[in-house]
Design a protein around this ligand. Structure first.
Ligand code: TEU
Length: 546
């Protein structure tokens, strides 16, 4: 297997709005990130993935970009960004940027020019005289009438996020120019927002209506027929000139197609983010149905991605991000076993084959939040869904919807980072843009950094093990006992070395065959080890050196 720095790395994702405020406005900023670089260095991470920091009207947390080469005022200036980059590099931390080029904000200059029919820009977006039946992923129709142009434009996401027309050569060239601008500054790569959606079927056929009023656009927008042509072009014109890492977000991409994006000899991307394992607890109302996951499903999905990538691809490993609920609440137990299950989940993920991603606060075992009032939520996906399901179509009661919001709403991930137990969790000295999770009093970085038994210290240890044991990075991986409903187990192999991981996803004690770990040493565990047994939410990694 080819060795690469990004395979050996651990990535830490920052949602800047909620990370650290230094200018007293209740909003995180770039100087705040700089002030916490030593914290990240101590944790041991190698790469920061920075969620969008560009100028934006912020209807979707900055995933609606008004100007790609300007920094959002709330966050600081381009000089602050340059300083962040050099301070990170000084500490050997790479920075990858969020590249949001499936769509722009409707306030972007390109869209403004497109609306008025300026010849150069008139085809920069998807315009039609009549809409088809496609439903937006953020509720309602995916088409919006523009009165100025007297046509409809496509928006897979919010109305203020019109989709760019990648079939237009000039669009692609403008995007490549912008990417080059950041790469020449020294950024170390990109996380590419919904990159699997950039090529659309421009016959715009109606989609199947599964539920409600609108048709499913996915078959006509996801993994479209030109996507590989464009990614190869991007590679040739931009990416191939730099030693960087790339990870494409790929909603709707089945594993059997994913290898085509990441296979090394295809020269497109290094990794993709699958959604398959975080969609396993969806139901009739998608994520809003409050349904607990099944461990069997989780294992089967993760195994399929492992197997799918094993032939020349590489996996990205994540539980959490800014769109997902907190993993300790979702796949663990955020009450009695919060610390223990947070550690087990970390161990389970970090010992798999692939590059692990940590989302801010995950390393503290931060949990979901339950605001009582829907008005305390800021996320457009949540608010639109509430409006559609509860207020407009009455398909869900307020109580049902709030259960869904508490379990899976995106704001679970977006409450401020919990640095200490002072008011506002040490994130800011004024009321933050979104309320702090009240549990900051006992879940915070300050209490954990020096506690050898904390979730933080456990993450630190896992990262350190990755640096010292090549088998964790490069070993192959075999799933054990796939159908057990409590046990998550696998083994890894590299040359004559073997690593066995056994994790209990249950509140009861369980057992596993002792023979799996005969003559092996304990590498790490979140509890005292009894061979053949696992206490509630215990996870253990065993190693046998040749
Ligand atoms: O998310 C892509 C995406 O598919 C989301 O709709 C996702 O399914 C949803 O958030 C799950 O609840 C990316 C970004 O990560 C997200 O923050 C943006 O809102 C979205 O693209 C549009 O840019």
């Amino acid at each position: 297997m080819n060795k690469k720095w990004w395979k050996e790395a651990v990535v830490y994702q920052i949602y800047p709005r909620s990370f650290m405020d230094t200018d007293h406005d209740g909003i995180g900023d770039l100087k705040g990130i700089i002030s916490k670089l030593d914290y990240l260095k101590d944790l041991g991470i190698d790469v920061i993935w920075l969620c969008p920091i560009y100028d934006s009207p912020l209807i979707d947390g900055g995933y609606d970009i008004r100007d790609y080469t300007k920094i959002l005022k709330d966050f600081g200036t381009m000089a602050d960004f340059d300083l962040l980059l050099s301070e990170a590099h000084k500490r050997s931390i790479h920075i990858i940027m969020d590249l949001v080029v499936n769509h722009t904000s409707d306030e972007h200059e390109w869209f403004k020019q497109s609306r008025i029919g300026n010849n150069k820009y008139k085809d920069y977006y998807h315009w039609r005289d009549e809409p088809n039946n496609w439903g937006s992923w953020f509720s309602g129709s995916a088409w919006e009438k523009d009165d100025l142009r007297n046509q409809y434009y496509l928006h897979i996401f919010a109305k203020k996020q019109p989709d760019l027309n990648w079939d237009k050569k000039e669009v692609r060239e403008d995007v490549y120019k912008m990417m080059t601008f950041y790469l020449d500054k020294g950024v170390d790569g990109f996380r590419m927002d919904v990159i699997s959606l950039i090529s659309k079927d421009t016959h715009y056929p109606d989609g199947i209506v599964y539920n409600g009023l609108y048709g499913d656009l996915s078959p006509y927008c996801s993994d479209g027929k030109m996507v590989h042509t464009y990614l190869k072009e991007m590679y040739d014109k931009v990416l191939s000139h730099y030693d960087i890492m790339t990870v494409g977000e790929a909603p709707g991409l089945p594993v059997y197609k994913a290898l085509d994006y990441v296979k090394e000899d295809r020269h497109e991307l290094n990794m993709v983010f699958t959604f398959d394992h975080v969609n396993i607890d969806y139901d009739r109302f998608g994520k809003w149905t409050d349904r607990r996951f099944s461990l069997r499903d989780l294992k089967h999905v993760l195994k399929s991605w492992h197997d799918g990538m094993a032939n020349g691809g590489w996996n990205s490993l994540y539980w959490d991000n800014h769109d997902q609920p907190r993993v300790v609440s979702r796949f663990g137990n955020d009450q009695e076993y919060r610390e223990k299950s947070a550690k087990m989940l970390a161990l389970c993920l970090h010992m798999m084959q692939g590059t692990p991603y940590i989302y801010q606060g995950e390393e503290l075992g931060m949990t979901n939040v339950s605001f009582d009032d829907i008005n305390d939520y800021k996320d457009i996906e949540t608010l639109n869904a509430y409006k559609e399901y509860v207020l407009e179509t009455h398909q869900m009661t307020h109580e049902e919807m709030m259960k869904g919001v508490h379990a899976k709403g995106r704001d679970n991930a977006r409450t401020p980072m919990q640095w200490d137990n002072s008011k506002y969790g040490g994130f800011s000295d004024v009321q933050p843009w979104i309320n702090v999770n009240p549990n900051y009093k006992y879940i915070n970085a300050k209490d954990q950094i020096h506690d050898p038994n904390s979730v933080y210290s456990f993450y630190k240890e896992l990262i350190c093990l990755r640096k010292n044991y090549p088998i964790i990075v490069y070993g192959d991986m075999v799933y054990l006992d796939l159908d057990d409903t409590s046990l998550f187990a696998y083994s890894r192999h590299l040359d004559d070395q073997e690593l066995v991981v056994v994790c209990n996803f249950n509140e009861q004690k369980i057992s596993y065959p002792k023979e799996w770990v005969t003559d092996m040493n304990i590498l790490i565990s979140n509890d005292e080890v009894i061979l053949g047994e696992l206490s509630p939410y215990q996870g253990v990694a065993f190693i046998k050196a040749a």
